[in-house]
Design a protein around this ligand. Structure first.
Ligand SMILES: NC(=O)c1ccc[n+]([C@@H]2O[C@H](COP(=O)([O-])OP(=O)(O)OC[C@H]3O[C@@H](n4cnc5c(N)ncnc54)[C@H](OP(=O)(O)O)[C@@H]3O)[C@@H](O)[C@H]2O)c1
Length: 204
């Protein structure tokens, strides 16, 4: 399914939950990444209005709508469930090569925190998969934008690390599943704002 077809999303959710009524985990992972500059000229740039709308729609709006339609279903399950969204290390450390992408990932982090607090006393756990630079097709059109960055982590190494964390003894307490550079961002953010959130009674 193309998640940028926003009007069709609720129907897709209905089809899925009808076909698989025992779903206990939903992972919203789709994402695209563009690299462009606000200094680019209006004409002849990849930085079109359509590109901006598509990047925000695929990375953020679609996941927000999908979460809205999945959560009430997960709440009716008689067992523990998980809603996981994929963010990025760039949610915590903005990289100007990916201005709109980074904004969608920072917003995903915020959305996860807000939903986690709202659902804290329910059977729905909200997890954020905070991913570092991994060797996938995400940046195949603009590899040069990542020049100077440490090389991407091989995909298999990354998935092994994620499962190590998910299978670990602390898994029940997890809020973010961070690996490598992304875990550094998560750790610093939690260290700075964790006590503030606790102070205001938030379980974000
Ligand atoms: N790789 C990295 O360095 C990195 C770092 C941080 C975060 N992430 C995040 O990890 C997630 C997965 O990306 P990836 O690295 O695996 O990149 P990828 O190899 O390019 O995969 C992107 C995934 O998103 C799906 N997708 C893209 N546009 C879609 C749309 N309009 N509707 C539905 N599905 C769509 C693709 O589905 P199809 O295969 O059907 O096209 C594919 O499964 C993304 O959210 C990305 O932002 C990646």
């Amino acid at each position: 399914m193309d998640n940028s077809d926003l009007a069709s999303l609720s129907k897709h959710v209905q089809t899925l939950i009808t076909k698989y009524p025992d779903i206990n985990a939903v992972w919203l992972n789709a994402g695209i990444q563009y690299s462009y500059s606000f200094a680019d000229p209006i004409n002849g740039s990849k930085h079109t209005d359509e590109a901006i709308i598509r990047e925000i729609t695929v990375n953020l709006t679609a996941h927000t709508i999908l979460a809205r339609h999945f959560v009430p279903f997960l709440l009716t399950q008689k067992f523990e469930t998980v809603l996981m969204l994929t963010s990025s290390g760039i949610a915590y450390l903005p990289l100007s090569q990916f201005p709109v992408y980074g904004a969608t990932k920072a917003a995903t982090h915020h959305l996860c925190c807000a939903m986690r607090d709202q659902l804290a006393d329910t059977n729905v756990r909200v997890l954020e998969l905070a991913t570092p630079y991994v060797a996938t097709d995400l940046d195949k059109e603009h590899k040069e934008a990542s020049k100077g960055a440490p090389p991407p982590m091989p995909l298999e190494e990354y998935t092994d690390k994620v499962f190590e964390i998910l299978d670990g003894s602390e898994a029940k307490e997890l809020k973010e599943v961070g690996v490598g550079f992304a875990q550094m961002g998560v750790g610093k953010w939690r260290e700075a704002f964790g006590p503030v959130l606790e102070g205001i009674g938030s379980k974000a």
